[in-house]
Ligand binder design. Sequence first.
Ligand code: ZN
Length: 434
Amino acid sequence: MTANTQNKPATADAMQALMAELFPICRSITGDGVRRSLSLLADVIPLQIHEVPSGTAVFDWTVPNEWNVNEAWVKDPTGQKIIDFGEHNLHLMSYSEPLRETMPLDALKPHLYSLPEQPDLIPYRTSYYARDWGFCLPHKQLELLPDGDYDVFIDSTLEPGGLSYGEYLIPGEIEKEVLVFSHVCHPSLANDNLSGLVVNSFLAQRLADADNYYTYRFVFAPGAIGSITWLAMNEDMLHRVHCGLVSVLLGGDNRFTYKKSRAGNAEIDTVVPFVLEENQQPHDVIDFEPYGYDERQFGSPGIALNVGRLTRAPNNEFPEYHSSADNLAFVSKESLAESLAALWRISQVLDANRTYNNLNPKCEPQLGRRGLYGSVGGEHIKSQEHAMLWLLNQSDGQNSILDIAKTSGLPFDTLAEAAGRLVDAELLATADNV
Ligand code: ZN
């Protein structure tokens, strides 16, 4: 491993600090909170920020009006502010329309959301496409509300504006791209989605310092409408995407879960499980299903990109999900660092994984004559010789280094190094047609 692949403690601290800076910002699928968040990520990587105007048609969807909030609260019959967006932005349902009204408890109640099973937590609710309003509060507070007249005030705007997304392209040796996507639309929730934004930004920063085979494209956009908008805006370049990952929910200490691409047999579907296995980290590999995050847009039949998804515990499968318990305390810098290390290794295996043709395939070539065999040396030379024999034997244009690592039981890095020597000796040539 070079120094570049090590997780420096400073990186974990920096990731945690950025999480803390992003946490209080009220984000949604549009609005100033998303812009502010993207501009904080732009302090880590030179993110290009795009704005797509409200009303733009994107496949079967339309970019919605932009939502911003100044203030929102509910006052009880004694005039006391009992629910206040200023204290926690989860208190206001995302995309709540403006309102100033006094109403009895009975009229207010249908607009109040709580979690009876988790009575101390504030739930996260949205109403992007149906004009509505609502407040979210702990169930135990809801149960104690007295009868009487309540003042409800929502100083929000829902007006033509734009949908913002951030993009960062890191050119590689070839034009084919690896896409890394994370959603930016959640308000004060730490694991979902800040952990993805932070880990992916630091992954991008590290890749920008490396010599990469693939071109890497990082996209930070709102969930669903954001990936749909990005795909609609970039349809003419999608043929360049070799594979990709939706990379989110990476900050809890839950086990890793890799969800395969729709095709299920793309290179990314082999690389990610291999790395999780290699790290001896407990993990699950699950099949694609059209539910979850933006992988279902990338995997729709008319788009059909080989995009899998890496999370720790997936959406809906941890008790803190979409509630005020998904806070900074739920995310540890150790988990962020572990996720960054896993993603870095995934990128390195993907980047080095090639399929070769043996240029001298009739019987084994004379390695000694080329200075590749029988030279005195220690264990390293022995394992290199072993790796060369495997590579020469299996390189028929069908088996990648990763396939050969699995068949031979030899480490991927040993095989990749030996492949480099055989290419230099003109015994192997890349058969990649990615
Ligand atoms: Zn979510």
